[in-house]
Design a protein around this ligand. Structure first.
Ligand code: GDP
Length: 592
């Protein structure tokens, strides 16, 4: 008798536990059912609608995708999208200014460079107003605009990435000519690399007597930065923030890289982008600087920015002048949000404020699901699952050691563990304590941190805890390598082999109109199980590959039948049995 199946609405993505709650079935039952369908999942694992629907059907439900699921899917896409233009129709795209971040060691002149670039390149039309710090500014060079983020340093850069925003198109790595490459220079370099952002080297302070720009370029070669002067493809420019020498050259190089990158966006759509800065002011309430990444932002637009919503009451440029619209790559300070957004949050214009408020809830959920699904923090124990579900291809490691000399041998041993499925990448290494910046990089790059005789500081511990970043500490190299190796072995796709359990020969066919044909068989060898897969062999040839549908001794359903006994067998979707057919019973097992 067919019972009517119960309708159930499922979201686009949900955890195993949530599915259990929706179906009023224990999570263990759900996990078992998933296993039957070849999916290994833990209770907190997020599964997609299609997978959940199969399980729901198995439990007698009629699953349907909920409306909010559709909406959530769109939002998940928004949340997880890295490049903002990929789904746009190419015909709508127009050139946009590059967004540049200045990185480098402290005191090498980042702030000074940002200041001279801003002062020297104010266009006549933009003159006037008092320069304000809003987190970013635009200058004009040879009729082309460039946007600079004016919170220099890789900490802010990586913190934005960790929150899901990638706004930087080009990184300028500043190295003081008198001081040379410093540990933070390399840290900044690795942060830019991990983000896949092209780099320009600015060798600063060339006005100083002890300046030795060629030494800087030489030092950089040790870190696989090959500048154009040495036949590489990284531009390097000598500059002085004091004398302004080389600044035009630096800006032209930025435009050149931008040209090569072919940066484009569609200005004719509702705006979307990232929050650059945000604070609560006593006079104006919540204030945020937004960087428009696509579309055009207008006064009166309703928007969602992270968990904040509102309607733009007023917009200002970095000179404090009121503007009414802002296109791609333009930073604007906005008033009208009801809450304080967070730097690095993405923002999006929506139909009206009501939608904005509704979206925040859906977005929160979508983001949680997306985080679980896409940006789920990695740890060595979960690597196998990540790889298995196709989420992870690289194992990104940040390696900190007590002494510099330990780095290379460990790096070498770890990178050698790479295989066809998993690439082990040391995205940053250095000596000293594990810092907040290391932890942020791990979050942004979905990596893990390994300390060899190196401990995390308080800041790193805090982030590791809140963002669930794994910090593994070792004092014996062998244990370190072995742990990663084990994790990678777990990462390998399991190899399944067929294990033959037994054979049965068909001796007689019983035709039962209600049920179809039942094959009366003799078990020739082994043990047949009700749950087995079955190949049907006729005259030595395989004619069907299916599974056992029912196994009976006399009229009793049984779980297994052993060699020498007779039994009745029905196969799933195969009724054309003949006397003399051989049923080969087998199951799939993971090769160890
Ligand atoms: P940041 O920490 O990287 O932002 O560095 P700052 O911009 O604060 O500069 C650090 C110090 O270096 C300041 O005292 C600057 O005046 C000085 N400085 C920056 N650029 C130059 C330069 O091109 N030449 C010289 N002589 N000094 C510079």
């Amino acid at each position: 008798m067919v019972t009517e199946s119960k309708a159930v609405e499922l979201p686009r993505a949900l955890t195993v536990k949530e599915l259990g709650d929706l179906l009023s079935v224990s999570a263990v039952e759900i996990i078992k059912e998933l296993m039957k369908n070849g999916v290994m999942a833990s209770i907190n694992q997020v599964i997609d609608f299609d997978t959940a629907a199969i399980v729901a059907t198995d439990f007698g439900f009629d699953p349907r995708e909920s409306d909010t699921a559709e909406k959530a899917e769109v939002l998940v896409e928004r949340v997880t999208r890295e490049t903002v233009d990929e789904e746009e129709d190419p015909a709508t795209l127009q050139k946009r200014p590059p967004v540049v971040t200045i990185l480098g060691h402290v005191d090498h002149g980042k702030t000074s460079l940002l200041d001279v670039i801003r002062e020297a390149n104010v266009t006549a039309s933009e003159a006037g107003g008092i320069t304000q710090h809003i987190g970013a500014y635009q200058v004009e060079v040879n009729g082309e605009k460039i946007t600079f983020l004016d919170t220099p340093g890789h900490e802010a850069f990586t913190a934005m990435r960790a929150r899901g925003s990638q706004v930087t198109d080009i990184a300028v790595l500043v190295v003081a000519a008198d001081d040379g490459v410093m540990p933070t220079t390399i840290e900044a370099l690795n942060h830019a690399r991990a983000a896949g952002v092209p780099i320009i080297i600015a060798v600063n302070k060339i006005d100083l007597e002890g300046a030795d720009p060629s030494r800087v370029l030489q030092q950089l070669t040790q870190y696989e930065v090959l500048v154009e002067q040495y036949g590489g493809d990284v531009p390097a420019v000598n500059v002085s923030a004091r004398t302004r020498e080389g600044i035009p050259d630096l800006l032209e190089n930025i435009l050149l890289i931008a040209e090569i990158q072919d940066l484009k966006a569609n200005p004719d759509r509702p705006a979307a982008g990232a929050v650059i800065e945000a604070q609560l002011t006593t006079q104006q309430g919540p204030v945020a600087t937004l960087l428009v990444q696509k579309g055009t932002l207008r006064t009166g637009d309703a928007l969602v920015a992270g968990n904040a919503t509102g309607k733009i009451k007023a917009m200002f440029d970095e000179r404090g002048r009121t503007i009414t619209s802002a296109g791609p790559s333009m930073p604007v300070k906005v008033l009208g949000l009801h809450e304080v957004a967070l730097a690095g949050d993405t923002f999006e214009v929506v139909k009206d404020e009501k939608v904005a408020r509704a979206d925040v809830e859906t977005l929160k959920r979508a983001r949680d699901a997306a985080l679980l699904r896409e940006a789920h923090p990695v740890n060595l124990d979960s690597l196998f699952g990540e790889i298995h579900s196709g989420i992870l291809k690289d194992l990104n490691i940040i390696l900190k050691t007590d002494v510099q000399g330990s780095i290379e041998p460990i790096r070498h041993s770890l990178e050698r563990l790479s295989n066809e499925e998993v690439q082990v990448k040391i995205i940053h290494s250095g000596s000293g304590t594990i810092t907040e910046s290391d932890a942020m990089l791990a979050v942004a790059s979905k990596g893990i941190i390994i300390g060899f005789n190196a401990k995390p500081d308080a800041g790193a511990k805090k982030i590791a805890e809140s963002e669930k970043v794994e910090i593994r500490q070792y004092s014996i190299i062998y244990n370190l390598i072995e742990d990663v190796e084990k994790a990678i072995k777990g990462m390998l796709e399991p190899v399944f082999i067929d294990v033959i359990n037994g054979h049965a020969e068909v001796r007689q066919i019983f035709k039962i109109s209600r049920l179809g044909n039942i094959a009366g068989c003799q078990v020739l060898d082994g043990t047949l199980h009700r749950s087995d897969l079955v190949r049907v062999m006729r005259n030595g040839e395989k004619i069907a590959d299916t599974r056992c549908a029912s196994l009976k001794r006399f009229t009793e359903d049984v779980r297994e039948v052993q060699s020498g006994y007779e039994c009745g067998i029905q196969l799933e979707g195969f009724n054309d049995v003949k006397e003399g057919d051989i049923f080969e019973f087998y199951h799939r097992a993971q090769q160890t």
